[in-house]
Design a protein around this ligand. Structure first.
Ligand SMILES: [Zn+2]
Length: 383
């Protein structure tokens, strides 16, 4: 063996979302929109007279790479219009198409957040669509939004909220809770303060999306307590996301005091805090029960995935990082996620061999750890 080869290594995607078949064939514009993290509607640029060799308006490297790789997969010209045409033929049987992509990428399991899209899609239907093993995480924010309409006081709300989380954590298929507090009030979490939370109750009643930081912080503390009790994993969104994220409070460094306090709680930093992944890497290097994944930044940072992997492993222990995609609209995201990740990781691992930091066997082992073995070790109790 002259270098690392990840091509045949299986992958478990530790963070992604479900989707359904598009009812009608996509236009190129519709397909491109599905590939974007943007929640802002497009500017309505005229695209019918464009030069097909020029980038489609608004697209970036990730879309460029996907078009090229799909063109190779379909054996067609590497142009958006041609790729979408081929896709529309193949997605006539969306289930077979999806399963074929999953087989091609050797994806054997998914950890799924059914909290997006909303209202939630059916788990059984999605399992049938992709044909692989699924584990679930349970989002706390929809629980909070639902229960606030059913309760007469903050005290009653907290009681029901805790009972709801506890009930969910008892379910075998649920491996942990998840919070998107980075989209609501940010990751700078205050001490648990019941009086301050109680004061925001009316505001929360009036608007489920209200900042109500004291309530949200309180609820995150409760979620951490329940995960600790149930010995399951707390997933926390860190870093960028879609356009609603509170960007100036999304760095994982804000979570550091909370993570130190709950040193017995297993925490999974979703998206590894990109673009602050070095902070996440440091945190997982000093706190034994904290892990990170490289989802969203992979595949949406495109060619940057190679740089990211190199930077994350400046500090992160090899057994603390897991593969993910954050696929959320189309199966090509799951597929491209694995292929881009493997391609970039091979380059990084082979550069470590060339530098004489390790031999091929060690580099190969690290590749396999990140792609699926670390997940198996962290989540083994839930198999
Ligand atoms: Zn996600």
């Amino acid at each position: 063996m002259s270098g690392v080869s990840l091509r045949d290594v299986q992958a478990i995607d530790v963070h992604c979302h479900p989707y359904v078949a598009n009812p009608n064939p996509y236009t190129p514009e519709e397909f491109v929109k599905k590939l974007s993290l943007s929640v802002i509607p497009s500017s309505g640029l005229k695209t019918n007279e464009r030069n097909k060799k020029h980038p489609y308006p608004g697209t970036n490297m990730w879309v460029q790479i996907l078009i090229n790789r799909l063109a190779k997969y379909y054996s067609c010209a590497p142009e958006l219009e041609e790729v979408v045409k081929q896709r529309n033929v193949r997605t006539a049987d969306f289930r077979e198409y999806t399963r074929e992509l999953f087989r091609d990428a050797n994806i054997i399991g998914l950890v799924m957040d059914f909290g997006y899209p909303s209202p939630p899609l059916d788990k059984k239907e999605y399992t049938d669509l992709c044909g692989v093993r699924i584990w679930e995480i349970y989002r706390i924010e929809p629980v909070m939004a639902r229960l606030r309409g059913e309760c007469n006081s903050f005290g009653e709300f907290v009681e029901k909220y805790r009972a709801d989380l506890r009930g969910a954590l008892k379910k075998e298929e649920i491996v942990g809770l998840k919070s998107i507090i980075a989209y609501r009030s940010g990751l700078q979490i205050s001490e648990k303060n019941e009086a301050a939370a109680n004061e925001q109750w009316e505001e929360f009643l009036a608007n489920e999306r209200a900042e109500v930081k004291a309530i949200r912080d309180y609820c995150l503390h409760v979620a951490m307590e329940e995960c600790t009790e149930a010995e399951k994993v707390m997933h926390i969104h860190t870093g960028i996301g879609d356009g609603d994220v509170i960007l100036d409070k999304a760095s994982p460094s804000f979570l550091f005091p909370l993570l130190r306090k709950y040193s017995d709680t297993q925490v999974h930093l979703v998206h590894g805090g990109y673009p602050w992944m070095e902070e996440a890497a440091f945190i997982v290097s000093v706190l034994p029960n904290v892990y990170m994944d490289i989802s969203l930044q992979n595949p949406f940072a495109g060619h940057g995935v190679e740089r990211i992997l190199s930077q994350v492993f400046e500090f992160a222990p090899f057994d603390k990082v897991m593969y993910g995609s954050d696929a959320f609209t189309v199966p090509e995201m799951n597929w491209m996620g694995v292929h881009l990740f493997k391609e970039c990781f091979e380059k990084v691992l082979n550069s470590w061999i060339a530098s004489d930091y390790m031999d091929v066997e060690t580099a190969q082992a690290i590749g396999e750890m990140v792609l699926y073995r670390n997940f198996e070790n962290v989540y083994r109790p839930f198999f």
